[in-house]
Design a protein around this ligand. Structure first.
Ligand code: NDP
Length: 240
């Protein structure tokens, strides 16, 4: 049976590249998104990949959304938790809403998606989760206590769920991208970005396709012995 994959935030940026890479592997892909209907419609027309709108930070919406994907495309075997937002600011200026919204979507989304799909994978004895963390979750970043905490949480979540899934054929891994040329990074002020790029040993931003290739490997049959790991794809910006 052809395997079915959900990519959250899968209609643009890194998620779009992941959706395309998984389709190329022969998987049936469902691309989730939050609210940008125009981009999602254009993406679906361009790629032939179905898009599904729901907020990954909303627990019930995830349960309903995953059920809708399963109804239309079949049982969900692969989940790529890619949806993420930023609400940057130094602590003194960060509101509780900025903190909460980033935690709710970036970290809560991983929990909600796992609750909706893990049990089915367990029953079928096969599954793949790939959670998109960040170099800023590994190393921290000025003005991002919310984002760094949520992304760091994703790395802990990944290792814990990997331990639960291993005996059922479910692998759970994370990718920690460095700075990638998407809309999210386009929002960073030019002078700040210039300083960031100066600290990247390969001397440039990453491309979405470079992250997607890592995700594709972790979602493959061949990656069955890789679990609880974090793959850093960051141009050498952070090494440990
Ligand atoms: P973009 O801002 O370009 O795209 C974000 C995607 O996530 C969109 O499809 C958006 O949907 C979706 N999304 C946002 N909020 C929700 C939500 N509540 N529910 C469902 N979908 C949602 O992001 P990137 O492609 O740059 O980033 C993708 C992931 O990679 C994120 O987790 C990000 O934190 C991480 N990352 C990115 C880096 C970078 O340099 N770009 C570096 C390290 C990590 P819609 O189109 O409807 O708004």
């Amino acid at each position: 049976m052809t395997k079915v994959a959900i990519v959250t935030g899968g209609t643009r940026g890194i998620g779009e590249a992941i959706s395309l890479a998984l389709k190329k592997m022969g998987y049936v892909v469902a691309a989730n998104y939050a609210g940008n209907d125009e981009k999602a419609r254009a993406f679906s027309e361009r790629t032939g990949i179905d898009s599904f709108r729901w907020d990954v930070g909303d627990h019930q919406a995830c349960l309903d959304g995953c059920a809708a994907v399963a109804d239309r495309l079949g049982s969900v075997d692969i989940v790529v938790n890619n949806a993420g937002i930023t609400r940057d600011g130094v602590l003194a200026k960060m509101s509780f809403d900025d903190w909460n919204e980033v935690m709710r979507i970036n970290l809560g989304g991983c929990f909600n998606m796992a609750k909706a799909t893990f049990d089915g994978m367990r029953q079928r004895g096969w599954g793949r989760f790939v959670n998109i963390g960040s170099v800023n979750g590994q190393a921290g970043q000025y003005g991002q206590v919310n984002y760094a905490a949520a992304k760091s949480g994703i790395h802990g979540f990944t290792k814990a769920l990997a331990q639960e899934g291993a005996k059922y054929g479910i692998t759970v891994n994370a990718i920690a991208p460095g700075y990638v040329d998407t809309d999210m990074v386009a929002a960073v002020p030019a002078q700040v970005l210039e300083k960031i790029v100066a600290k990247i040993p390969v001397g440039r931003l990453g491309h979405a396709g470079e992250i997607a290739r890592g995700v594709a490997f972790l979602c493959s049959e061949e990656a069955g012995f890789v679990t609880g790991s974090t793959m850093s794809i960051n141009g050498g910006q952070h090494m440990y």
